[in-house]
Design a binder for this molecule. Sequence first.
Ligand code: SAM
Length: 471
Amino acid sequence: MYDPKSMKADEFISHEEIVATLEFADAHKKDADLIDSILQKARERKGLSHREASVLLACEIEEKNKEIFELAKQIKDDFYGNRIVIFAPLYLSNYCVNGCLYCPYHIKNKTIPRKKLTQDEVRKEVIALQDMGHKRLAIESGEDPVNNPLEYILECIKTIYSIKHKNGAIRRVNVNIAATTVENYRRLKEAGIGTYILFQETYHREAYEYLHPTGPKHNYAYHTEAHDRAMQGGIDDVGLGVLFGLDKYRYEFAGLLMHAEHLEAVFGTGPHTISVPRIKPADDIDPNDFDNSLSDEMFEKITACIRVAVPYTGMIISTRESEETRKKLLQLGVTQISGGSRTSVGGYSEKERPHDTEQFDVSDQRTLDEVIKWLIELGFLPSFCTACYREGRTGDRFMALCKSKQIQNYCHPNALLTLQEYLIDYATEKTREKGDEMIKRELEKVSTPAAREKCAQWLEEIKKGKRDFRF
Ligand code: SAM
């Protein structure tokens, strides 16, 4: 039985409810009146249910589809302005005991060299990332209780936060590791992590069990209920995601939104972020083996529909996608992107991009500086801000500020301050020129005169060598 408040995976992600939702969406895909009323509700910026959003996703009326895309752009602009938050993944270990059919780390893969960073290697990686200008990381690891136990992850987090190299600092570490216990989530929280991210991969239970034939990840309920345990362990910012391409995208879309509704119903706060990765080639992995690949057009529509359905949730896109696709998705609702990423264990300390331990092929291979310059040229304001969680603006506090749009009073000036740091410490001359012009323009948009003055004053202090100001 479907119950968003239930703590049982099969009840808050009910297969029957998804099937009924898809039937309803199919029956109404050309129902202009219903689609209009859903769009009207979405314009109020209060979000949509999984059923309503699924009707928009199925919509086959061209002119209404244009309205969906337009609305996504407006909502993005309303809540997030032109800011784009920047992060990088850091791969700690590719040892893994799971048998995931789509992932090169799977236990049966005998061709991939196994590697786990020592603390000294973590230090080298972090220094390389700091020298690029990164302030926010997402740490990634395979699941292996012997090689990468939680103690190892905690030690790495401690090392990462401890490194102060030149003006560099990693100020927020997000964590993407396998589902674990409430107690372990509590320990991660105590270690000062930002968001706990866990991709569902697929919400279709049967497909999930087939795709994860062996290892602890085989347990669908344990995996699906992980975000609940993370919240119970005190982590109030959690990230959802689906690996598009594994199963039917309409099923995944409905499941993803039901998961968001469940978090909101139980904890009063929806997910902090939603990621939209698509399956990529990798060692021992051919995406053609999975027959649910998604066209770029549909991928764009999914992004737009997520934006309209959950306006207050950040959306993340990685370097799995090309420059061209990322450009389109940025306009439609994506709020965070990675830049200069390397998906191999120890990849940042190498001069040339290594491929042997990579988790997936990186499509966007530009340097961070190239990505920053590109964003500025497109009119986006790159932000290295990590202030919210450091100031305790997490979970329901963050959501309340976001819903009332007050978050703009923090995010916009913080984006300017952190971009200024980046331009002085790491940018090439061309990027610096463009960035300085952007800061001048964007400073005018800081909403209150007092905040504008303070921001201008701090920008000057940064030029004199001071760092880490924040609203
Ligand atoms: N081991 C952790 C877990 O089981 O959730 C998470 C870390 S894993 C390094 C991060 C994510 O990479 C996975 O959740 C999966 O969605 C994604 N991934 C795995 N294989 C991939 C592939 N071939 N192409 C694109 N993404 C992939």
